[in-house]
Write a protein that binds this ligand. Sequence first.
Ligand code: ARG
Length: 411
Amino acid sequence: MAKERVVLAYSGGLDTSVAIGWIAEQTGAEVVTVAVDVGQGGEDLEVVRQRALDCGAVEAYVADARDEFAEDYCMLDLQANGLYMEAYPLVSALSRPLIVKHLVTAARQFGAETVAHGCTGKGNDQVRFENGITSLAPDMKCLSPVRDLALTREFAINYAEKHNLPIETTKSNPFSIDQNVWGRAIETGYLEDLWNAPTKDVYNYTDDPAYPPLPDEVVITFEKGIPVQIDGRDVTPLQAIEEMNARAGAQGIGRIDIVEDRMVGIKSREIYEAPGAVALITAHRELERVTMDREQARFKERVGLRWSELVYEGQWFSPLKRSLDAFIKDTQEYVSGDIRMVLHGGRAVVTGRRSDTSLYDFNLATYDQGDTFNQSHARGFIALTGLTTQLAAARDVKFGKGEAMPKLSLS
Ligand code: ARG
């Protein structure tokens, strides 16, 4: 009988390289690795593929998913203005469902029944992987060698040395880092003391905003909530993010330092840098203010917050998330036009807006000539919108509960 197979989410790093042999030893299964490029930079996929095979994988699947990630994941976050706890643009949370998709594809292709990942038992990523897998492939089993098979860092170093694995075990990074084209997440090390300020070596996508180069003016053109041009040049979503990463990053835009509520109940210190995401969300948000109906915009704000929580909590494939996606997409119908921003010293400041689908009416807004607003409507409008409060206030007075109101002294 053929051996069982396990598909492993493979980063090319020490832990997942050791996991290949360790899973095989512990479960008797053959291991197939899956490495997905979501714009994390670093090594060539072919190098990663070869390392997986050298570490004992029977098959090694690699996918360049950068455009897919930008188009189908980052752009949804942009349209939602998705920021968890109003700050974090969901960098890692967005990439996990995409990696899951490729894991399940590989599992089907190579006949595996179990999917494994290198997450610990304390974080959000394990939830995102496993919820994703059971959503896309309810028949599949999940395995976390770090959590379930006691694969500690120390064990990994010893194992790699003993088995002569072609992977460096000495270079120890003080931080746990996850990065992709939408941003970079840095945690652990001395950052676990909440009073410690991040030092320079934490950052990689952004330069110090305290010493910026000259201001950089940019015009971003959106079509239905998607950036399609930068300074008049056509761009794909991936190119838009990459260009804004470079330009906003040079100005130190998008550094975030927060204490975040994890799903498992822990509060954790997180540093993020997401220059492109923050600049694009700033522009997109302003274009929505110009083009979106007030009530739709107010409601969308709440939807965006809920959407962000769902994505953070590994509910990417849930029915509610899908329904909110449909709402968000519908709101983008008229979110088209140009936003001009000045990028400088850590801030992206909007200085101009222009849109054929704008709801801004100059003649209604102006205090100068050409005013078409009928001020005589205001009197009745105020009388009716204030009526319920007026009734309640009169009752307070009647029952002597009107303390909040200034006492009239009639002398
Ligand atoms: N706390 C962030 C999140 O849950 C970042 C996680 C980064 N993952 C990592 N393995 N370092 O989305």
